[in-house]
Write a protein that binds this ligand. Structure first.
Ligand code: ADP
Ligand code: 5GP
Length: 208
């Protein structure tokens, strides 16, 4: 088996709204061409600048419910009154092609993936403080006051579940946080159970 044939990592990535997930992902993906982000379906309205098929596939409630019935979603959850879900087929295709796939999803959905999938890496991104989280969420300027309040309430519940993840990463400084996540990916790829094909490729049993 050639090294390129190795299966990609399925990476579950969560953190409270406003802690910097989108910012970190943009930098990480620009730095690593072996890693891609799964594009979710959602019923929430696009934000200014959002493009269908890039940030999300924007769909109606009926369309998402149809996907749920057809078992086309690896997981889904309701968050702030909307459905969010991960299309299963695209994830499978990319993993089989050897690419690492990141699911940037909230905690309920992440826990579902962790209970259903045998092999995954889970990372929870933390803000340096809850005060800084509120500053970032407001500073982004994308949410109504009601949505800010809902997201801050959800944040407390989400952080309370952070210890169910394998890795905790602080987003104090963007470059440092990106580097930490990249280090996790590199180390996880080198785990013996995921890299036995390297031994096979060595042909060490035959004298040279
Ligand atoms: P999320 O995707 O988790 O909701 P965003 O990536 O949209 O969060 O970040 C929320 C706001 O915080 C944005 O305005 C972003 O520029 C800012 N931000 C992200 N990371 C940092 C950081 N390390 N330091 C300061 N501001 C940050
Ligand atoms: P936002 O509306 O800010 O884009 O996303 C709200 C929350 O939904 C974020 O915590 C984000 O990680 C999460 N989310 C995005 N896509 C999915 C998905 O496919 N499944 C689940 N469970 N959560 C998602």
């Amino acid at each position: 088996m050639a090294i390129d044939d190795a299966r990609g990592l399925l990476i579950v990535f969560s953190g409270p709204s406003g802690c910097g997930k989108g910012t970190i992902m943009e930098r990480l993906l620009a730095a690593r061409d072996d890693t891609m982000l799964s594009v979710s379906v959602t019923t929430r309205a696009p934000r200014p600048g959002d493009v269908d098929g890039v940030q999300y596939f924007f769909r109606t409630h009926e369309q998402v419910e149809q996907m749920i019935r057809e078992d086309a979603l690896l997981e889904y959850a309701q968050y702030n009154g909307n459905y969010y879900g991960t299309p299963r087929a695209a994830v499978e295709e990319q993993l089989a092609a050897g690419r690492n796939v990141i699911l940037e999803i909230e905690v309920q959905g992440a826990l579902k993936v962790m209970s259903r999938v045998a092999d995954y890496v889970s990372i929870f991104l933390l803000p340096p403080s809850m005060e800084e989280l509120e500053r970032r969420l407001r500073g982004r300027g994308t949410e109504t006051e009601e949505s800010v309040q809902n997201r801050l309430a959800a944040a407390c519940e989400e952080v309370a579940q952070a210890d169910k993840y394998q890795y905790l990463v602080r987003n104090d400084e963007v470059d440092a946080a990106v580097q930490r996540i990249s280090t996790i990916i590199d180390a996880e790829k080198m785990r013996c159970d995921r890299s036995k094909y390297i031994l096979e490729d060595l042909n060490y049993a035959e004298p040279h």
